[in-house]
Design a protein around this ligand. Structure first.
Ligand code: SF4
Length: 236
């Protein structure tokens, strides 16, 4: 699918939070945001709300903001952070898919992982994704202290297609999890947002048990109502 790239350079890579709470699943001590915008176009996506580039969900269209100098910044900043007495836990990708199509061209995510790999398993790295491109980086993931989170809102392919029109199918996401587990990479599923009458947590739990995943994290719908999401997806 076609998309427009907006290349930018940042001044800083790591965003630090002191009031993090890992149990809450979103307050990681450090975040990295190498991309903004996402061509998967999930109808429930609220990430544009955190971005200065788009004011509403329709505005974001197929634009991807690529932070080109992120690997260089990570390389520089990580040396200093390694010396600090702050938990070395980072989530990569807070406002967009980090394994979207632009990654094939720019390799920003891979270069960032290469920087972390220089320090072995010192950093715990959380990677959220819906993309099978993550399999490209298995060689690196195996060397890192990483947890991959794959989002599955429903196992019903027809509904998933309506909700996440350009994301890989649920079947493909399960294959990705299977492959990662074959390589002993810790994984979990995030069912976010939980959509009443659509999210089949029981089936998702079966996948968790079959693949020996860490957990299924269920998170409620934020920013939109269920009716808004269903209307946008064309689900009655
Ligand atoms: S994959 Fe994530 S970032 Fe991309 S549109 Fe869907 S919810 Fe938003």
């Amino acid at each position: 699918m076609s998309y427009k790239v907006i290349e930018v350079n940042a001044e800083k890579a790591f965003r630090k939070y002191d009031n993090y709470d890992i149990e809450k699943d979103f307050r990681y001590p450090y975040h990295l945001t190498p991309y903004q915008g996402c061509v998967f176009q999930c109808v429930y996506c609220f990430n544009y709300k955190k971005s200065k580039y788009w004011k509403n969900i329709e505005d974001r269209k197929n634009e991807i903001v690529v932070v080109k100098n992120m690997p260089e910044l990570v390389s520089k900043e990580i040396k200093k952070l390694n010396m600090e007495n702050h938990p070395k836990i980072v989530r990569i990708g807070t406002e967009a898919e980090i394994y979207g199509p632009a990654e094939k061209e720019y390799n920003i995510t891979r270069k960032i992982l290469e920087e972390f790999a220089k320090y072995g398993k010192m950093w715990k790295i959380y990677i959220p994704t819906k993309s099978d491109l993550i399999l490209r980086d298995i060689d690196l993931l195996k060397k890192l202290n990483v947890v991959v989170t794959v989002t599955i809102v429903t196992t019903n392919e027809k509904l998933a297609k309506k909700l996440e029109p350009h994301a890989p199918s649920v079947k493909r996401r399960i294959e990705v999890l299977r492959e990662l587990r074959k390589n002993k990479i810790p994984c979990r599923i995030r069912c976010e947002p939980f959509l009443e009458g659509i999210s089949d947590v029981e089936n998702i739990n079966k996948i968790k048990n079959e693949l020996d995943l860490i957990e299924v994290k269920v998170k409620k719908l934020n920013y939109f109502t269920l009716d808004e999401v269903k209307k946008r997806a064309g689900i009655k």
